[in-house]
Every structure is written in structure tokens, then in C-alpha cells.
Ligand binder design. Structure first.
Ligand code: SF4
Length: 214
């Protein structure tokens, strides 16, 4: 069944009491994707970004994307972003272990981006976010990944929904809707954030399409 996840997201937002915002753990792949998602979230949730990305197999690239995310958090917490955050924005970093990714996608190395390798990759990262959120008493967990036109939002939401529990709700979203991806490009340019040319794993780097930006 085709669900409009953007509408579901808006329905969830309508139920929120901003005096007592729910705690959201937001799995964040990179700063550019986070920009546009946060524009729709900062006024409603108490947010922790969760940098859990073992799929970024090159340690230097993993470091670089983390540095940009830290820069974005600082911009927001300094009150220099387009909207004010209800609460200070937090950032938690999961220790980098690309071997977990290589193990998860073993046998699928030759898949094209968007194929079965990516399904495993999504499950790994959303599973990590769910585990951390559950252990630390969050109300919601979600992801910035749905802002990318290269990512299947239906699949991401199906995986996330399958992981939720009675006390931890999956935040349905389709952030690419309503111009979300273009917003991420505009905001990344405005705040001088590095935008990568490939998704993250060594295999996606080998398959870069000319002129492609993630
Ligand atoms: S292309 Fe991106 S989503 Fe797919 S496996 Fe590689 S890092 Fe993960």
C-alpha cells in the first residue's frame, strides 16, 4: 500500500505539545541532508542528531562529514539558523566501524545504488538508531535519509516502522516532498557546508555519476 509519509509526518506534528516536546533521535547521514529536515523539526521536537554511519567506509570522508555536522549544530545552537530551535540541539557520534557495514552487505557489493545493498545499509543504520534510542529513553527515532531523491522513502519508512516498539515511535517522513531536497542545496550553500558527490560506501564511490551530488 502506498502511504503518503509526508502527510503522516504532518499528522504526528499536529499532536505535539511544544511546551513539552518529545525527544527525537534523528539518524543523520550528513549536514546537507540534516539542514532541510531540521527546518521542519526544530520547532516541534527536542532533537539529538545521531551520527551512525558505518557505511561511510573511508575514515577521512566519515570525519569530514562529521565535522560539517558539528558545524551545523554550532550554527543552530548559536541562534544563527533560519529558525530557532525549541531546545539546544545535541549530537551523539557512534564509533566508526566500517567492518560492520562490509559484513552486512557481503555478497551485494556489485549492486547498483538503490538495490539490495542499500536495503541492508538502511537496516543497519536504522537498527543502530533504534537501539540507541531505546536504551536512552527517546520518544521517537527517525532519519534524514528520506530527503534524498536517491533514497527510497517507502522502504526507509517500512524498515523504521518495523523497528518501533510500544514506547519508541518511528517518525514517518518523506522530507524530499515539498521541495525538501532543493532546500537542502540552498541551505548548504548559504551556510557553506560541504556536499559530497557520492553516497558513502566504497562501492558507491566507484559508481559516481558525472555531476551527481548527494
Ligand atoms: S550506496 Fe549508499 S545507501 Fe547504498 S549501500 Fe552504499 S552507502 Fe549505503
Amino acid at each position: 500500500m502506498n502511504i503518503n509519509y509526508d502527510k503522516e509526518f504532518e499528522k504526528i506534528k499536529e499532536t505535539i505539545n511544544k511546551e513539552n516536546p518529545p525527544r527525537l533521535l534523528l539518524q543523520a547521514c550528513c549536514a546537507p541532508c540534516a539542514t532541510a529536515c531540521l527546518l521542519r523539526l526544530l520547532d516541534s521536537f527536542d532533537i539529538t542528531l545521531y551520527y551512525a554511519n558505518d557505511n561511510i567506509t573511508d575514515p577521512a570522508e566519515w570525519d569530514k562529514r562529521l565535522g560539517e555536522l558539528q558545524k551545523l549544530v554550532q550554527i543552530i545552537n548559536n541562534g544563527e539558523y533560519e529558525i530557532r530551535s525549541l531546545r539546544p540541539l545535541n549530537l551523539i557520534v557512534q564509533r566508526h566501524n566500517p567492518y560492520r557495514f562490509f559484513t552486512a552487505v557481503r555478497g551485494l557489493e556489485q549492486e547498483k545504488e538503490g538495490g539490495a545493498r542499500c536495503t541492508r545499509c538502511f537496516a543497519l543504520r536504522l537498527g543502530d538508531a533504534k537501539a540507541y534510542a531505546e536504551q536512552n529513553g527517546y520518544d521517537f527515532f527517525g532519519t534524514t535519509l528520506t530527503v534524498s531523491p536517491y533514497k527510497n522513502s517507502q522502504l526507509l519508512n517500512e524498515i523504521g516502522s518495523s523497528l518501533q516498539t510500544p514506547t519508541l515511535q518511528w517518525l514517518m517522513s518523506d522530507f524530499k516532498k515539498r521541495g525538501g531536497y532543493n532546500e537542502s542545496i540552498r541551505l548548504s550553500t548559504k551556510y557553506g557546508l560541504y556536499r559530497q558527490h557520492y553516497c558513502g560506501c566504497a562501492f558507491s564511490k566507484l559508481q559516481i555519476t558525472e555531476g551527481q551530488l548527494h
